[in-house]
Write a protein that binds this ligand. Structure first.
Ligand code: SAH
Length: 483
């Protein structure tokens, strides 16, 4: 696997300063999975090329013992640009990747003509994806596609390309784009992808990813299709790039502004989904399902083979049906989902016999005197094994400058509770109906006022989910983990 970087910016040999690698030497670096060699095939004032040759040790990969290595090493890993190359870029060209150059700081900050060639790059989705990733960033892309086997042309073309990227760009930006987009092209990573990876992506994506037209594809693949992580990343990117076309009614927009600021609703749904997955529940209720945002996530998980969404508002159910494209849903998928018009104020036998129920941001819409009816309907009659309830944490409201003191987050909220109020209510229910209850914060956890949203997890009888308090970060990871 070879990556070359060429510049014609005079004096071109300054590329050595930018990369912190002396043009007259061959240097070898030892990496966990093999070796990287840096050398300069061409050095002059007019033109200079640095080459990074990655020499992956296939035997070492197998010794590492991961399934990934076993399945891949026999194929292409030693020979193609992949997440191994990204790691090598970070380790061997780390200073340049970070835009630091003590000797030539202005040069590091200046866009210069650069050509990167990569041999060989696997591209899932072919040349089209390659172009979709690099062209919006200003690169001129050439791609030469390789046959599967030169001796057997009839086998057709492979997904491997030799790629040239040409652009006048800061070296740090070029390295950053390669660092992020190579594993995206490959659609694979050689290491476990957890919540740290979101931070890494947002850090490396700063200044370009939010506005990239293939943002969703990049985030999805970079985070290995883990739904929880993807949502966490996308919602934070959206925060960077507000959609100027979004024209909602003022009030909705105000609520959205508040929740998007902390990408709260996505975090909430990710956390609820993660807990539901951990419980092993197969038959689940979404009570007060609204427009079906949680339902959509539930449908995507095969674990849930019976999903019932219930709401008192006809209009919300219609919107849920529309958003989920119920009418176009394949029969086997459709059979897993039921939408029910009903109220949490009245006992309803159709809600009985479920493993778990989610009640996301619903209780604060009920008049306090009616909470007793809610309690009887859910815990007394329907009695799912697990009940997950989320509601705002009023203490956190002081953190939102746009929210006048003492006001609720939404005009339909009948109350917003402190952590202590929520806990007291939930513990009362647990005692009356023989559930155990524990609490998790959702969103950034402030030492003084807690997190913006709070979650109570009730468990009945045999149901036992890991008793240690799980950080929401881990929950996201769990949410995506089996996705
Ligand atoms: N759970 C959804 C919607 C939250 S908004 C989400 O997280 O996106 C609150 C929802 O509760 C609304 O859709 C509202 O119609 C519903 N709701 C309010 N009172 C209800 C009741 N008595 N029974 C069932 N649903 C109710």
């Amino acid at each position: 696997m070879l990556l070359t970087l060429t510049t014609t910016h005079p004096p071109a040999s300054d590329l050595g300063y930018l990369l912190h690698k002396h043009p007259a030497k061959v240097q070898t670096f030892s990496l966990a999975f093999g070796q990287a060699h840096v050398f300069y095939p061409e050095v002059s004032e007019a033109r200079c090329t640095a080459a990074l040759l990655l020499d992956i040790d296939p035997v070492g990969l197998v010794r590492g013992g991961s399934d990934f290595a076993l399945s891949q090493y026999v194929n292409d890993r030693p020979y193609v640009a992949s997440s191994f190359l990204s790691v090598a870029i970070a380790q061997v060209y780390g200073t340049a990747l970070n835009g630091v150059c003590k000797d030539r700081p202005e040069l590091a900050a200046t866009p210069i003509p650069l050509v990167a060639t990569l041999s060989v790059v696997p591209s899932r989705g072919g040349e089209d994806v390659l172009r979709r990733l690099f062209e919006p960033l200003g690169y001129q892309v050439t791609a030469e596609r390789h046959t599967l086997d030169e001796q057997f042309p009839a086998w057709g073309m492979s997904r491997y390309y030799t790629v040239t990227l040409t652009h006048t760009v800061r070296l740090a930006d070029l390295l950053t784009h390669l660092y992020v987009l190579i594993p995206v092209l490959d659609d694979e990573k050689h290491y476990y992808v957890g919540v740290d990876e979101v931070e890494k992506l947002l850090k490396r994506g700063e200044g370009w990813l939010a506005a990239h037209p293939a943002r969703e594809l990049i985030v999805t693949r970079y985070l290995k299709h883990q739904r929880g992580l993807k949502q966490a990343a996308l919602s934070r990117l959206v925060e960077d790039a507000p959609d100027p076309l979004a024209q909602d009614d003022e009030e909705e927009a105000a609520e959205r502004q508040i929740s998007e600021k902390v990408s709260l609703h996505d975090q909430r749904l990710g956390a609820v989904l993660a807990v539901l997955k951990q419980t092993g529940a197969q038959r689940v209720l979404d009570l007060g399902c609204g427009e079906g945002r949680l339902l959509r996530l539930l449908l995507a998980e095969r674990q849930f083979n019976k999903i019932l969404g219930m709401d008192v508002a006809h209009r919300s159910l219609e919107m849920a049906a529309e958003r989920l494209r119920l009418d176009q849903m394949p029969a086997h998928q459709r059979a897993r989902l039921e939408l029910l018009h009903g109220s949490l104020m009245y006992r309803d036998p159709r809600l009985e016999g479920y493993d778990a129920a989610a009640v996301v941001e619903v209780i604060e819409h009920l008049d306090p005197p009616r909470l007793a009816a809610f309690e009887r309907v859910v815990f007394g009659a329907a009695q799912p094994g697990v009940v997950i309830i989320t509601t705002p944490n009023r203490e956190y409201n002081v953190k939102w400058e746009t929210l006048p003191a003492g006001e609720f987050r939404h005009k339909d909220h009948r109350f917003e509770w402190t952590r202590a109020e929520f806990a007291a209510w939930a513990q009362g229910i647990a005692g009356r109906y023989s559930y155990r209850v524990r609490f998790l914060p959702i969103g950034p956890d402030d030492p003084l006022v807690g997190s913006p949203s709070q979650m109570a997890i009730f468990e009945r009888g045999e149901t036992e989910i890991p008793t240690k308090e799980v950080a929401v970060a881990e929950l996201w990871a769990a949410a995506g983990g089996a996705a």
